[in-house]
Write a protein that binds this ligand. Structure first.
Ligand SMILES: [Zn+2]
Length: 196
């Protein structure tokens, strides 16, 4: 690879380069990894960076048009703890669509609305059903030991704390840093107070 501007052949990878891309008739400034000439800074995209550039370009377009980005769509799916297949069935679309939306394909406005509406509805239904938000069931925070030995995850609302204000680092037990002790953290068998 040679620099078209200065004929130099040494390039360095730049993680957050700004690459101009034309997409659907619009010129977008896309932040993506690229190769920069070590001498003059001229930026070009390497073959291995093309897939990422494609996704970043689609995301720049989505952001500009108020659509969910690839990461946000993935985030919605993970919040509902669904696989791509499950999420596709939940939305009533093909699994391939979900896979593409989570990467380079810009979803139609109608699909975007569908994802938002169905995810919001499902979240609030789960909330009503379990009296607990799916978002914080996943997060680890101090559990209280019930009299019969069942571990109950204490709801953030129960102790008047906003889940976003939880300081997970200081609230976590220090034993084994990444793997909380099993006796106090049982996320697979969570029992809620009203069910106990
Ligand atoms: Zn150069």
């Amino acid at each position: 690879m040679k620099c078209v501007r200065c004929d130099n052949d040494r390039f360095v990878e730049k993680q957050d380069a700004v690459v101009e891309q034309e997409f659907r008739g619009e010129l977008l400034k896309v932040h993506a990894p690229a190769m920069a000439c070590a001498k003059c800074g001229w930026v070009t995209v390497g073959l291995r960076q093309l897939d990422t550039l494609r996704r970043c370009t689609a995301d720049a377009y989505r952001e500009k048009h108020g659509l969910l980005t690839s990461a946000q769509i993935k985030g919605c799916r993970r919040l509902l703890k669904m696989s791509q297949r499950e999420f596709a069935a939940f939305l009533g679309v093909g699994e391939a669509s979900v896979k593409r939306w989570e990467t380079w394909l810009v979803q139609e406005k109608s699909s975007d609305g569908l994802i938002r509406m169905k995810c919001e509805k499902e979240c609030s239904e789960r909330l009503a059903r379990e009296d607990a938000a799916p978002a914080w069931i996943e997060c680890e925070h101090p559990a209280v030991e019930a009299a019969d030995g069942i571990t109950i995850q204490e709801s953030p609302s129960a102790n008047g704390l906003d889940p976003s204000k939880w300081n997970l680092q200081t609230d976590l037990p220090q034993e084994g840093k990444d793997t909380p002790a099993e006796s106090t953290y049982d996320t697979t068998d969570t029992t809620f107070s009203h069910a106990a």
